[in-house]
Ligand binder design. Structure first.
Ligand SMILES: *Cc1c(COP(=O)(O)O)cnc(C)c1O
Length: 728
């Protein structure tokens, strides 16, 4: 592969396959891959935070040679490499068997963030994990797709909480040398550099690649030498509050991204814009066709019929609007190259309900033929929200469909639950066939005690992890004792444990459980049936309001009145998310309806048998069936927070706590385990990334690919005519 020949120069020839393996995130969702690295260096695996590139870089040649002459290790090595190679065979998979040969007609997927692994911090939250899970699933199914995104050198916020409970995050530079990521080079071995000439001064892009199984993800980096200072900062960090910088980012992502694919010779005929951020890619695709001799009209139709757009949120701040003045500044010299007038462009991005700027979502909706929201409810909300773009249509005819989100099952299932319990009771092929509902009916075969004991173990693991983090904090000189106490030191693995972890944003109401502190104190401090709550999540650095919510939660965690039964865990990331969705007893979600377009963390929890207690919004409207968790019908009117909180306390007091503690003589709460089983049965087949990726393919990609083939055919026919005339 390009760009990794010179990595791991100390690797003995006999195990040189580890280079390819370490630089392919395949290992992150295949336990045998992780197991091989753990076998190579158990301590190093732990100390590198499960990052094989970092681990191998830190090993010396002697240790590697020792492994390569150890027959036990080599047997594992050979078997894992054989499985890896077989997985990577391009002509394998569902897409190939059911749709078409994958060599041609790739799909280019553009997203501003990707959540793939904690060693690659290019994400803020749910949108990123959705995109990351999607790339992994496309690899598993053999869907021929490439990803395009941003490399944010300072994307990563290390969250620390001051003694006053204030988030004082520091941006940490990503350690590129030790991450499973490679810089692409040109044929001379220099960094591949691509120009975005429409801006003055010209922006230069370098490109990094992450190999996600069979899927390649290209990441744009502007922090290169060739750029002027101002331009170097474009890819600095995710979702900057500075609108001009944000516009520049979106130009680089959309237009720069298409140029990169062109330069790399990536043959794709369908574009998928994940959210509005990369939508300028549409313009560059049109420009390429106009340059090739097509009229603007034809190029627009052709691009529209081969582009998919997914909208992800009803929250107004999630839809970028740029002033016309800014648009003029950046697009003035670009538009003539597309044969597009300023007025025409602005009409494409106009939101009739708020015409004072260029709206990226309105633009994306007008320029794409396949549009979707991310849950059934979000479909309704989006049709209402964007009805004004199609004033002649009735509400239910507004052309925005929905494809409900899903999570990548191999990434989010606990390894032991999958390998030990599911393999035994669902059959060894359960993972390959996990979108078949019949497989999941077998969940009832699992003995209650097996599931209950497994879950208790996961809870012990979670609490041990939290205590270890608190211990590290406590060892730091000058650490504040109350602050350490708030980090989960007193958590008790026998107590009913609720988890609330996600980005802190006001519509997610992270303080809702704290509405009535007295009532809450009574619930958590019941000496016979105690309840504890674990909170985690980051606020955006520029979002003071969310930082205040976080402070309220942190102060409750510090409050002695709760006796250490409320905890706030710093620095929520993918690794902590894994522990939490496997280990808490109940996953709590209480957004302000209908603002939660889908939500995915609850899918991760329910897949692992952790039932959800959630306000009915997003995916839970489809997921809740009365047997598999608890639901609160969001209240209407002015005191809705108080009423929603009260409904949640009611459920805890009357249903959830009594059921959990209703333990039989065998030590198992059979009633609870039956809810756990219903939870898995509902989640496994319906809310997987596999179901989602197949829906995108069957409902959108296939049609878009056909449209591309037709357009190609017309073009060829057109050429034929020209040639004939030329011949005459
Ligand atoms: C899944 C996930 C999210 C999304 O959570 P929601 O509650 O659905 O918004 C955010 N952060 C991390 C680390 C995740 O794994």
């Amino acid at each position: 592969m390009k760009g990794i020949k010179d990595k791991f120069s100390h690797l003995p020839e006999a195990i040189s396959g580890l280079r390819e393996l370490a630089y392919n995130l395949w290992w992150s969702w295949h336990p045998e891959g992780r197991g091989l690295f753990r076998l190579l260096n158990r301590q190093g695996w732990y100390l590198s935070n499960h990052n094989p590139v970092k681990m191998i870089n830190r090993m010396d040649r002697g240790a590697l040679e020792e492994a390569s002459s150890d027959s036990h290790f080599m047997r594992h090595y050979d078997s894992v490499m054989a499985r890896f190679e077989s997985y990577m065979t391009p002509s394998r998979g569902w897409f190939c068997d059911n749709v078409q040969q994958p060599e041609k007609n790739k799909i280019a997927y553009f997203s501003a963030e990707y959540g793939l692994h904690h060693a690659l911090p290019f994400y803020a939250g749910g949108l990123g994990f959705l995109a990351g899970d999607f790339l992994k699933e496309c690899s598993d199914l053999g869907i021929p797709l490439v990803g395009v995104g941003f490399m944010y050198p300072k994307g990563y916020l290390r969250q620390m909480i001051s003694p006053e409970g204030w988030q004082v995050g520091a941006c940490e530079m990503m350690d590129r040398e030790n991450a499973p990521i490679r810089k692409l080079e040109d044929s001379n071995g220099d960094p591949l550099t691509i120009k975005v000439p429409i801006m003055d001064p010209t922006i230069y892009l370098e490109v990094w690649m992450v190999q996600v199984g069979k899927t390649s993800l290209y990441l744009i980096d502007t922090s290169c030498e060739a750029n002027e200072e101002e331009n170097r900062l474009i890819s600095d960090r995710l979702y900057t509050g500075d609108l001009e910088q944000r516009l520049r980012q979106e130009i680089v992502l959309g237009i720069g991204g298409v140029r990169i694919l062109h330069q790399l010779g990536v043959d794709y005929s369908v574009l998928h814009c994940n959210e509005g951020h990369p939508a300028f890619a549409v313009l560059e695709r049109i420009r390429e066709k106009v340059e090739g001799g097509m009229s603007y009209r034809d190029a627009f139709e052709c691009v529209k019929n081969t582009t998919v757009f997914t909208t992800h949120t009803p929250v107004p701040a999630g839809h970028d609007v740029f002033s016309y003045q800014l648009m003029d500044k950046y697009f003035g010299s670009y538009l003539p190259t597309l044969d597009l007038s300023r007025d025409e462009l602005f009409r494409l991005g106009m939101n009739p309900a708020k015409p004072e700027g260029f709206n990226m979502t309105a633009f994306a909706l007008r320029c794409t033929a396949y549009r979707n929201a991310v849950s059934k409810k979000h479909g309704e909300v989006s049709r209402k929200m964007w009805q004004q773009l199609w004033p002649e249509l009735a509400m239910d005819k507004i052309p925005i469909e929905y494809i409900t989100n899903g999570v990548h099952v191999p990434s989010w299932i606990d390894r032991r639950l999958g390998d030990v319990i599911f393999n035994r009771y669902l059959g060894r092929t359960w993972l390959e066939e996990h979108d078949q509902p019949a497989i999941w009916e077998l969940i009832d075969e699992i003995p209650d005690s097996a599931l209950w004991e497994h879950h208790r173990y996961m809870k012990e693991m979670l609490i041990a992890k939290i205590r270890e983090r608190a211990r590290i904090k406590w060892r730091n000189a000058g650490s504040d004792p109350n602050n350490v106490m708030a980090s989960g030191v007193l958590l008790d693995s026998a107590a009913l444990t609720l988890g609330f972890a996600r980005r802190f944003a006001s519509y997610k109401r992270p303080t809702l459980l704290l509405q009535d502190l007295e009532r809450l104190a009574k619930i958590v401090s019941d000496p016979w049936r105690p309840v504890q709550i674990i909170f985690a999540g980051k606020a955006h650095q520029d979002d003071q309001q969310s930082k205040q919510l976080l402070q309220q939660v942190f102060n409750a965690a510090k409050d002695q009145a709760f006796g250490g039964r409320i905890a706030f865990i710093e620095d929520y990331d993918e690794l902590l998310a894994q522990y939490l969705v496997h280990g808490v007893d109940v996953w709590v979600n209480n957004p302000l309806p209908p603002m939660e377009a889908s939500g995915t963390s609850g899918m991760k929890a329910t897949l692992n048998g952790v039932p959800q207690l959630s306000v009915l919004d997003g995916w839970w409207i489809e997921g809740y069936n009365g047997k598999n968790g608890w639901a609160v019908q969001g209240a209407e009117g002015s005191d809705r927070d108080a009423r929603d909180a009260s409904a949640i306390y009611d459920l805890l007091e009357k249903d959830i706590v009594p059921l959990f503690y209703d333990v039989d003589e065998d030590g198992v709460s059979h009633g609870w385990v039956s809810v756990m089983k219903e939870t898995i049965k509902m989640s496994g087949p319906n809310f997987s990334a596999r179901r989602m990726a197949k829906e995108y393919t069957e409902r959108f990609y296939q049609k878009a690919l056909e449209a591309a083939i037709k357009a190609e055919y017309r073009k060829e026919k057109g050429k034929l005519k020209v040639d004939m005339f030329g011949g005459i």
